[in-house]
Design a protein around this ligand. Structure first.
Ligand SMILES: [Zn+2]
Length: 378
């Protein structure tokens, strides 16, 4: 089975078999690994065996004690770094080899999540946005499954919310998701027509509190900014320009080609992939020159990734962003990023000092993520 732990060997193989891809990967990434070692005292070995021994469906450990101790005493870490964006991740063999979620665990997670969400429905103001939320100066944009309103505590001059009709953010059909995106893009046009100085659109969805949402009720946020884009999309423009200057090529094309060569890309014509430098668990990136609002195939892949994450991988909290080119900006693509933000039932946060100021420490193997998405029938 493919694993991020063998990605260096895979890159070496490409050097012989596909030199062009090898060169592109090396233009963008630095990939290395190291093994950390430790000694487990004999008094602690039984405990380690219980904690880390691989188990069968009945919970019986299927490895010998020596195998478990050897695995724990020598841990391989793969380090990935994107030379243009400065993003980087650490993958530990111990974390990456965790078993997947079983069907009954999956059902239990969804049941608990639905109960938690249901309990917040009473008195929910977002269930009645026209009564309990402010509107923009030009009024509201009404979709079939959602309606916009102004954000009461604005991030920026133009900062609004799409209140989805459904309370439960983990439940949505393709038509609903498609409508949420269309409503956001209609709002972008409306703002731009109202004030031509505001030309950089940004669509974001914080699903549940773990992902930064203030309310349980399903909603996305829409922003338009002037002068320059938000910090991270703006920095990507710099990376794009520099890459073009040094290599004469399109950074986003090559970023996709790298992941495709590494067998981390979607099995469709849409340019999407499980990132090898994920900001956090299961980061998925889709790049498109076409507006997602005008492309059924892009929307379908966004839907497939989200539904696979929720229904197959047990994701209960996620962020989704659509970073857009400015109105009339010719060469820059739309970039869609999706990331799992961890279980809503755990109080620990997924970002520590390493993620903020070092490299992202990652448990989920991108090879497991792409396998799940490609096998998922939405
Ligand atoms: Zn509600």
């Amino acid at each position: 089975m493919n694993s991020i732990l063998e990605v260096e060997d895979r890159i070496k193989t490409l050097k012989k078999e596909d030199e062009d891809s090898f060169r592109i990967i090396n233009n963008i990434f630095h990939v290395s690994s190291a093994t950390g070692s430790m000694k487990i005292p004999s008094t602690y070995k039984t405990k380690v065996m219980e904690l880390f021994g691989k188990k069968d469906d009945q919970g019986k450990i299927i490895e010998s004690k020596n195998e478990v101790i050897e695995r724990i005493e020598n841990q391989k870490v793969v380090k990935t770094y994107n030379k243009w964006t400065g993003s980087g991740s650490l993958f530990n063999s111990l974390r990456a080899s965790r078993p997947g979620i079983k069907q009954e665990e999956m059902e239990d997670i969804r049941k608990k999540a639905d109960e938690y969400i249901k309990a917040s429905e009473e008195g929910c103001e977002f269930c009645n946005p026209e009564k309990y939320t402010p509107e923009d100066v030009f009024g509201r944009v009404k979709g079939k499954y959602g309606i916009t309103g102004s954000n009461i505590a604005k991030y920026d001059a133009w900062s609004s919310v799409i209140f989805f009709k459904r309370h439960n953010p983990l439940e949505f059909s393709f038509e609903e998701l498609s409508d949420y995106i269309d409503t956001g893009f209609k709002w972008f046009k409306k703002v731009h027509n109202y004030d031509k100085n505001f030309e950089y659109p940004f669509f974001l969805w914080n699903c549940l509190q773990k992902a930064g949402a203030s309310q349980v009720h399903s909603h996305a946020q829409i922003l338009m900014t002037n002068d320059i884009h938000y910090a991270k999309p703006q920095f990507l423009r710099k990376a794009f320009r520099e890459y073009m200057k040094w290599t004469g090529k399109n950074y986003f094309r090559d970023l996709y080609k790298s992941h495709k060569a590494l067998e981390l890309a979607l099995d469709s014509d849409v340019e999407g992939f499980a990132s090898i430098t994920p900001i956090k668990e299961k980061e998925f990136i889709i790049i498109t020159r076409k507006s997602p609002s005008e492309s059924e195939s892009i929307k379908k892949e966004i839907y497939r990734v989200l539904r696979c994450y929720i229904d197959e991988l047990g994701v209960t909290s996620f962020n989704l962003v659509i970073s857009c080119p400015a109105f009339g900006e010719p060469s820059f693509p739309y970039i869609i990023q999706i990331v799992d933000r961890g279980s809503i039932f755990k109080t620990t946060v997924d970002t520590g000092a390493m993620e903020l100021y070092g490299s992202s420490v990652i448990s989920d193997d991108p090879y497991n993520v792409i396998k799940a998405v490609n096998e998922y029938k939405a």
